[in-house]
Structures are given as structure tokens and as C-alpha cells.
Design a binder for this molecule. Structure first.
Ligand SMILES: NCCCC[C@H](NC(=O)[C@@H](N)CCCCN)C(=O)O
Length: 647
């Protein structure tokens, strides 16, 4: 008798791949937010008063629920009981909520005593209210994020089992990793005019993720109806405590789990510090540091499928993991002990981060079998999170201990002298010789007062150190002003405003067209000014255009200049809001400092040597577990060196 074939939505390729796209985008947003704050470490230090230890503690909050509440395991059990729709919505919502709380904890509204500030200020008073609120936010985000990864993987399995499952899971992970890469790349560009915009953008993506998940729910409802009619309910991949017991008594599984925790602890927490390492050790600009860090992730997107193919078709998974662990040590040691171009260790790390995951996750299926896979991954995630929790804290503590005096608080007298002469001399106070005879970059920050921590002026300087780490600089030659409080500018009566249209995004000074030059302007109380371009007869050809707006004194010296996108209406009017664009330069002497009111500090580059040695030591542990795994495989006969695809 001919068997009746039930076609379901799974058999429609467009729908199946559409579901993959939806779930992968949620994964993308999850990974994006996880690393959106990594290029902002120094901004949390200057704007929120974080130390490196505070930053590390905040970053590790993600893993607290997964370690102490074993959320990755518990989430799996909840998923079995409540199903994909309720569990997924709950946990994706937690991510989005956690994102809002994190961003709120850094916002001006909160810092000005907004809701929750007093409460957070009432306990553990040694820690700032911002740190506590942001910790809570990242905790809730982590609570949602790890279980969401389990739910999203389950969705992919649901739609692709018996079809292109390996490819779909690979793409799902690749798109997630793209999220990390893009966060590292994009966040440095989103800090203007307000640095917290980079966090809020990540929050926006998380809510978009929730919307996509809700759209998916309708498809899930429909397919469940179809599958119920077609097939009896499968119990095989449900969580069972007995499976967990089997797993933790399996030596090979324990070795691969230990490799998982040591390996991932030397990568994900490293990424949290990578942009800051590049800015401090190599004096890079934030955007370049973000771009170079993101190469690591972009590289894995290309290389992981390649190594996955090798493991599938040629085998040698245990050897690949061994090799990956060795590369990890080499790369971290390069960062710790050499000043070789960071592109090389980043590239090696990218290869390592492709080799190990490509070989590891499929190898688990050989050790535990398909029906225990959910439990095995949940357990591995929970153990892995111990490393993701401990390492950021440890690295932060090591950084603070190795750089006890990297902030130089300027005494009143020194501040006055700088106001007068601009000159500043010092010697870098580190124990290593990393900063001798080297181009370094440091930051100069002036705060309104020590209590509010409100920044008046912040700029970056480059100089060369001598053989003992000594350096001198003229702080009034502001090389790159990052922020200034426009309200404090003293604008002379005879000042002129200039509006120049930027012709191309990669402009030089000759690539601009002057649209307006006038001395007849008045700024209102919000520093706004409405200009009429029709008066000058040079209306731009577009409604929205990139402009440089500058204020110069009668001698033509720039007092203030920033880039902004302007909008011109039909009548030629355009509204300029000073202080909202990307700052280009400010004249230090025009800042109306009242000397007795301000406090200032120099922030020197951090010495990362010890922190990187710690990552290298983790790599060493990884190679030990990879060796034990490879040796054990010969005895246990799981065939980790055999191709995954049996011909
Ligand atoms: N099928 C398992 C895929 C795991 C991929 C792995 N992700 C993790 O291990 C997560 N527990 C941690 C993610 C933290 C960053 N969002 C990966 O290689 O990304």
C-alpha cells in the first residue's frame, strides 16, 4: 500500500530558509549586544568612574545566572516543559529588558538621580550606582541570552532535521558571530554626540529581535498543527536527569567540556578587552581598534565552515582542537610579550577560534549521541559560563593591580600651570618596559567637580616616551578633542559662523563648499541658530547634507568646529544645534575655566602584559585538555579522528 506523504511547511524551502533567517537575526542581535560595550571600556572609565575591575565585574554579570542558576541547563528543562513559543518569548524578552536596564544605568537621566538611583546608592556603597544598575541589566540580558541560544538552535533543528541541518546550524552561528564583528566595528562610530547611543542602538536591535521572534511564533503555531497531524510527538530529545548523570561520568565528555571552558574563556573574555588592549598597547584610535578586533570574528565566519568541512570529510577533529589550542597560546603570548603588528596575533586567534568550535561541537555528537545532545550542550554552556564569568573579573583585577597609578590626578597648582603654559611632564609608572621609547596615546579629562564627575573637556594626545618611560606634552595643543561642554565656550562678540557642505564622506579640507559665512548670529539658550542659506544664494542641492559648522574669531582662529547632518527646508532655512555633532576641534583658551572649580586628570595607557599572560596560561590548560582528549579517544573509541560523514 502506498504510504500517504504529509507535506508540511518544512518542505517549502522559502519558508524553511526564511525561518533560519528570522532565528539567525535574533542570534545576531544577541551576539551584537554581548559585545556592543567592548569598545567603550575607557568611556565607562571616564564617564562612569569604572575601574578595570568594575568593568570586568560588569561584563561577567552575563554569566552569573548561567553559572549560579545553571540557566543553560534549567532553560533547557523549561524549554522541554513549556515549549519553544513560551520559553523563547520569555527569554528573548529578558534579553531586551536587560538591554534597557543596562543602557539606562549609563544614561544621564539615571545619573541625575532618575528612578532606581537612590535605591542603588543605598547599599554596597563602595560600588557606583551605575555599576549596580548596569550589572543588573547585563545579568538579566545574560539570563535571557544563553537560553535563547538553546531555543534558537532547537528551532533550526525543528525545521531542518533530515534536511540541510549542519549547514543551517553553521549559518546560524556564522550570523551570530557577524553580530559580534559588527558590534566591535560599529560601536566606535555610534558614540557621537552621546557615547551611550552605542548602547541604545544595541537595545533597539534586541527589541527588533523580540518582534522577529513574535513573527516566528505564528509560523511555529502553524507548523506544530501540521506536524501533529503528520507525525506522533517525539520524546527523544527531552531533558532527562539520568542523561546528565551519564554525561558527567563519561571521561571523554568531561575532557571536551574542560577544553570548552578553557578555550572559550581565552577567547570571549579576550574580545571584551581586545579594543581596549589595542588602544592602550598600540595607541590605536577607537574605530581602528574596533575594526582590527572585528577581523577575528569576520575571519571565523569564513574559516569555521572550511574547518567544519575538513572535520566532516577528512576527520582529525581531536588534532584540529589540539592545533587550535596551540595557536591560541602563540597568539596571546605575542600580545603579551611582543609589539609585533596586532594583525598577526588577531589572525592566528581567528584561525584558532575557527578550528576548535568547528571540530568541537560536532565531536560532542559522537561522544553523547543525538538524543542527549540538548542536555550535553546545556551542561557544556553552563560550565563554559564559569570561565566567561571568572575571566573578565580576573583580567580586570590583574589590570588594576598592574596599573595602580595610571590615573594622575592633577593638583590645583598643576592645573593652573597647565592653563597658563599647557606643558605637562611625567614618567609612565609601569613595572614593565612596554612603554619605553614608544609612541603612546593618553587622555586628558577635565571634570566640573569631583562629586558629579560631569565632564567639561576630554581630549587624546600622542607623544613619544623616553628610555625610562618619561614624556612631555603640551595639553593646550588639543590633538583630538573627544568631548567638550559647549556651554562653557566664550564666544567673542565679533565671532563669525561658517557652514561648509562636505562633498564626499572621506573629505579633505578642499572637499568642502562654503554655503554661509556670517557675523550676524545669535545663539538661543539651547545653543541653536537658524541660518538662511537663501540669503547667501548657495542653497545645497540636497535637503539633507553633511556639513562642517565652525565658529572663528575675527583673526580667523577656530574657536569651535563640528560636523553635523543638516536639513534645509524649501525656503533655505536650516537649524543648527551646536554641541550635537561630531566634534572636530575646540580652542582650549576659549573654554571658560574657572580654575578653582575644576578637577583634572591624565589617564595613561594601561599595561596589558600580565593580563595577556593570564590568557596564555589558559591556552596552556586548553592544550593539556586537548591532549588528554586525543589520548582518551584512542581508548574510548569514539572515533574523534574519523570523518564525521561516514561514506
Ligand atoms: N551548537 C552550539 C553552538 C555554540 C556556539 C558558541 N556559543 C557559545 O558557546 C555560547 N554559550 C556563548 C556565547 C557568548 C557570546 N554571545 C560560539 O562559538 O559562539
Amino acid at each position: 500500500m502506498k504510504e500517504k506523504i504529509h507535506k508540511t511547511m518544512r518542505d517549502n524551502p522559502a519558508l524553511r530558509w526564511g525561518v533560519l533567517l528570522l532565528s539567525s537575526l535574533v542570534m545576531f542581535f544577541n551576539y551584537y549586544f554581548y559585545d556592543a560595550l567592548s569598545p567603550l571600556k575607557d568611556l565607562m572609565q571616564t564617564n562612569l568612574g569604572f575601574s578595570s575591575s568594575d568593568y570586568g565585574a560588569f561584563m561577567s554579570a552575563y554569566s552569573v545566572p548561567n553559572v549560579f542558576l545553571a540557566m543553560a541547563v534549567l532553560g533547557g528543562i523549561i524549554l522541554d516543559k513549556l515549549g519553544i513559543r513560551i520559553t523563547g518569548t520569555l527569554f528573548v524578552f529578558m534579553m531586551a529588558l536587560g538591554g534597557v536596564i543596562t543602557a539606562y544605568g549609563a544614561s544621564d537621566m539615571y545619573l541625575a538621580g532618575g528612578p532606581g538611583y537612590a535605591l542603588m546608592n543605598s547599599f554596597l556603597t563602595g560600588y557606583s550606582p551605575s555599576l549596580k544598575m548596569m550589572y543588573l541589566g547585563f545579568f538579566i540580558f545574560g539570563l535571557g541570552a544563553e537560553t535563547s541560544i538553546v531555543v534558537l538552535s532547537k528551532i533550526v533543528v525543528k525545521w531542518f532535521k533530515g534536511k540541510e541541518l549542519a549547514l543551517a546550524l553553521g549559518l546560524n552561528l556564522a550570523i551570530g558571530r557577524l553580530g559580534t564583528a559588527l558590534a566591535l566595528f560599529l560601536s566606535p562610530y555610534l558614540i557621537h554626540p552621546e557615547w551611550t547611543n552605542a548602547i541604545w542602538f544595541g537595545v533597539l536591535l534586541l527589541w527588533l529581535g523580540l518582534l522577529f521572534y513574535i513573527i516566528y511564533i505564528f509560523l511555529d503555531l502553524k507548523i506544530d498543527k501540521q506536524v501533529k497531524e503528520a507525525l506522533p510527538e517525539s520524546e527523544e530529545d527531552q531533558f532527562r536527569w539520568r542523561d546528565l548523570l551519564d554525561l558527567i561520568t563519561n571521561r571523554t565528555f568531561i575532557f571536551i567540556t574542560l577544553l570548552c571552558v578553557t578555550f572559550y574563556s581565552a577567547v570571549f573574555p579576550f574580545v571584551k578587552y581586545a579594543p581596549d588592549l589595542l588602544m592602550n598597547k598600540f595607541g590605536m584610535e577607537r574605530d581602528i581598534a574596533g575594526q582590527i578586533s572585528s577581523i577575528l570574528m569576520f575571519g571565523t565566519i569564513l574559516l569555521t565552515p572550511l574547518f567544519g568541512w575538513i572535520a566532516d570529510n577528512k576527520g582529525k577533529s581531536a588534532t584540529l582542537m589540539y592545533l587550535g589550542s596551540a595557536l591560541l597560546i602563540i597568539s596571546h603570548l605575542m600580545f603579551a610579550l611582543t609589539t609585533i603588528t596586532p594583525l598577526l596575533p588577531i589572525f592566528l586567534l581567528g584561525v584558532a577560534f575557527s578550528l576548535v568550535p568547528a571540530a568541537m561541537w560536532p565531536a560532542v555528537t559522537k561522544i553523547v549521541g543525538d538524543n542527549k545532545l540538548g542536555t550535553a550542550y546545556g551542561f557544556m554552556f553552563s560550565v563554559q559560563n564559569i570561565g566567561l564569568w571568572a575571566l573578565p573579573i580576573l583580567v580586570g583585577v590583574v589590570l588594576d593591580a598592574s596599573n595602580p597609578e595610571f590615573r594622575i590626578d592633577l593638583k590645583d597648582q598643576q592645573f593652573k600651570e597647565i592653563q597658563h603654559s599647557g606643558n605637562f611632564e611625567s614618567t609612565l609608572n609601569t613595572k614593565s618596559s612596554t612603554f619605553n621609547n614608544k609612541d603612546i596615546k593618553f587622555k586628558y579629562v577635565v571634570y566640573k567637580d569631583s562629586l558629579s564627575g560631569e565632564i567639561v573637556y576630554r581630549s587624546y594626545y600622542e607623544t613619544k616616551t623616553g628610555k625610562d618611560g618619561n614624556y612631555s606634552i603640551n595639553l593646550k595643543n588639543n590633538e583630538m578633542v573627544d568631548f567638550t561642554n559647549f556651554d562653557l565656550l566664550q564666544i567673542p562678540e565679533d565671532a563669525r559662523i561658517f557652514i561648509d557642505r562636505v562633498k564626499s564622506p572621506t573629505f579633505g579640507d578642499n572637499d568642502t563648499i562654503r554655503l554661509l559665512e556670517t557675523s550676524k548670529f545669535r545663539l538661543d539658550e539651547n545653543n541653536q541658530y537658524i541660518a538662511n542659506l537663501a540669503d547667501s544664494g548657495k542653497k545645497p542641492d540636497k535637503k539633507n547634507f553633511d556639513a562642517i559648522i565652525s565658529i572663528k574669531d575675527a583673526e580667523g582662529r577656530v574657536i569651535y568646529s563640528e560636523s553635523q547632518k543638516l536639513y534645509v527646508d524649501k525656503t533655505g532655512k536650516t537649524e543648527i544645534k551646536f554641541g550635537f555633532g561630531e566634534l572636530r576641534s575646540v580652542n582650549y583658551d576659549a573654554l571658560n575655566f574657572k580654575q578653582e572649580k575644576y578637577v583634572a586628570e591624565i589617564i595613561e595607557p594601561l599595561d596589558y602584559t600580565n593580563a595577556m599572560l593570564m590568557f596564555s596560561a589558559l591556552g596552556l590548560l586548553g592544550i593539556l585538555f586537548a591532549f588528554l582528549l586525543k589520548r582518551d579517544d584512542k581508548v574510548s573509541g569514539y572515533g574523534l579522528e574519523q570523518p564525521n560523514i561516514q561514506k
